[in-house]
Design a binder for this molecule. Sequence first.
Ligand SMILES: *[C@@H]1O[C@H](CO)[C@@H](O)[C@H](O)[C@H]1NC(C)=O
Ligand SMILES: *[C@@H]1O[C@H](CO)[C@@H](O)[C@H](O)[C@H]1NC(C)=O
Ligand SMILES: *[C@@H]1O[C@H](CO)[C@@H](O)[C@H](O)[C@H]1NC(C)=O
Length: 357
Amino acid sequence: MATNYLTLSFLLICLLPLASASNPNHQKHHPKHIPAIYVFGDSLYDSGNGIHIHPDAPAKSLPYGIDFGGKPTGRSTNGKTVVDYIAILLGLPFVPPYLGLTDHQRDIIKTGINYATEGSGILPETCTSCFTLDNQIEAFNRTVENNLSKMFKNQAQSKTHLSRSLFVVNVGVHDYGQQSQRGSQDPGTYALRLLTEFSLRLQRLYSIGARKILVNNIPPAGCFPRAAASMKPRGKCDENKNRMITLYNRRLPTLLHQLKSQLPGFVPVHADFYKFLLEMRRNANKYGILYIWEPCCPNNVDGDFTCHPNSVPCKDRNTHLFFDAHPTQITNDIFVRRCFNESTICRPLSLKQLVET
Ligand SMILES: *[C@@H]1O[C@H](CO)[C@@H](O)[C@H](O)[C@H]1NC(C)=O
Ligand SMILES: *[C@@H]1O[C@H](CO)[C@@H](O)[C@H](O)[C@H]1NC(C)=O
Ligand SMILES: *[C@@H]1O[C@H](CO)[C@@H](O)[C@H](O)[C@H]1NC(C)=O
């Protein structure tokens, strides 16, 4: 009897996240307290907004999505994103892209919406043909004002829903891209400007109702495939590029700490995505990853490093840290596991602790 009960519980615990993931509108109760995930930022988190703006975006075609049931969705990787793994851990459905929803869907979805869009930066001018971070926050505000308010009996309930929800943000690497507005600005001055602008946007999210928020720092773009390929020896990181990003990253925890002390109830958690990727380069073997800079797509390092529609990717995606310029799903999976369990990657609270606060 006891054994059967345990087996049944085990099965239920294992199957529930999958069941809900395959049915985006399925509502259910879960022992964890997080009712929804709201997502902001760029392609690391985009689950399909970008392809509504850029119908020719590579992520619309295979091999993107080759390990997502063989279905391209606009995710910039072979399989699941960081946000997908977080959703599974929390027993929530995959978070649907805002631009893919009908008005009716916007009125009934209570488990979160994804506003993140490929190419977006902190500064609006970083990507003018994008659904910018400002656009994303405006759209979220409309969701709260027009749609969410109708799903709850009163404003207090809607506020409670938001305060229990998890907010996740990944943005900033495009502000350091080739066409960035940095121009001739001193790197330190530019980093401070980005932090000031980012702080304003976090405060806007707070004013709309965000409380629990997981904020990634900027990844080491100097170690991305294209950058690493042009170094001598090949595969080494471009330290100049990383150093500029570090100027921003070093101050981000302080900014979050300040916001926490100024905004009652605000619980920002800093996710050290930068350190995570550098550690993965060093300890890749431990996870069965053999290629730390060579992308899986294209599956050679002599071309233009663009993963074109119907490019043939590497056979074993789990042996690559990078799918294209973005992490493979195995890298995303390991990042989420470490953030969930270890307060060295996600601080001052692990994701597990944040969920339980
Ligand atoms: C829900 O939101 C959408 C877009 O923001 C809006 O067009 C629609 O009218 C809203 N639904 C209702 C019933 O107001
Ligand atoms: C959200 O929308 C409301 C109503 O239009 C507006 O008063 C408020 O300033 C907006 N908040 C933000 C942060 O944009
Ligand atoms: C966290 O660590 C525990 C104990 O080591 C482990 O059982 C669990 O699977 C880990 N959780 C995740 C999401 O990796």
